[in-house]
Ligand binder design. Structure first.
Ligand code: AMP
Length: 221
């Protein structure tokens, strides 16, 4: 099953994808996580990608698309993947369709998470991630804090703020790019009949975990 998580930054794509992955065994493929691991490992790909990521811009397709293409051929992806952060443009979606077509696969479900803008900004500012590059656990110091302040529950490493979450200019740039380049994907997938829109907001007491629970019932049918 090929599932895509769509939604602006801070809507909980990673949280929902993580729960779905744990419960179904389908791997979560987060392009942002792959980039961050490469940045912390100081690989050539990481150094190149960081030039774009730190300022809130998209990493060019010449880097991103082959990286995803390669990931789709891994053994653990033979029964599908949960894509978190890819595609982010119509061009990437078309390239993904081509890749999947060649593999005899298709996009089965696109989950579009929608959250009010003021909540999104608040969640980006209050997000903390584990500094252990192999752990990648994510917390929210207001809504989902770790048991011990500043320390990862899973591996005990210190938590840190993502560089692009601590820079107001990078936050605005990412939201602008989402509106301009990524939001047209909603119609793209709606037209294909695979879109499911889910509101995630504290105002209706519906968070990522609630969405994941409902989605699991659909997926497991
Ligand atoms: P994320 O963790 O999904 O918020 O991604 C963090 C950053 O990685 C984004 O702001 C982009 O700079 C870069 N990135 C992640 N996925 C993509 C993608 N599909 N295309 C281009 N850049 C990406």
């Amino acid at each position: 099953m090929i599932i895509i998580m769509l939604g602006a930054q801070g809507t909980g794509k990673g949280t929902v994808a993580g729960i779905l992955s744990k419960e179904t065994g389908i791997p979560q493929v987060s392009t942002g996580d792959i980039f961050r691991k490469n940045i912390s490992d100081k690989t050539e790909l990481g150094i190149k990608a960081n030039e774009y990521i730190s300022s809130g811009n998209l990493v060019p397709d010449e880097i991103t698309v082959p990286m995803v293409q390669d990931r789709l051929t891994w053994d653990d992806a033979k029964n599908g993947v949960i894509l978190d952060g890819f595609p982010r443009t119509i061009e990437q979606a078309e390239k993904l369709d081509e890749m999947l077509n060649k593999m005899g696969k298709k996009v089965d479900l696109v989950v579009n998470l929608v959250t009010p803008r003021d909540e999104i900004i608040d969640r980006m500012v209050t997000r903390r991630i584990c500094s252990n590059k192999d752990c990648k656990a994510s917390y929210n110091i207001k809504l989902d804090p770790p048991k011990v302040e500043g320390i990862c529950d899973k591996c005990g490493s210190p938590l840190k703020q993502r560089e692009d979450d601590s820079d107001p200019e990078a936050i605005n740039r990412r939201l602008e790019i989402y509106e301009e380049k990524t939001s047209p994907l909603v119609k793209y997938y709606e037209d294909k009949g695979v879109l499911r829109t889910e509101k995630v907001s504290i105002s209706i007491n519906r968070m990522g975990a609630d969405v994941a629970k409902d989605l699991l019932e659909i997926i497991k049918k």
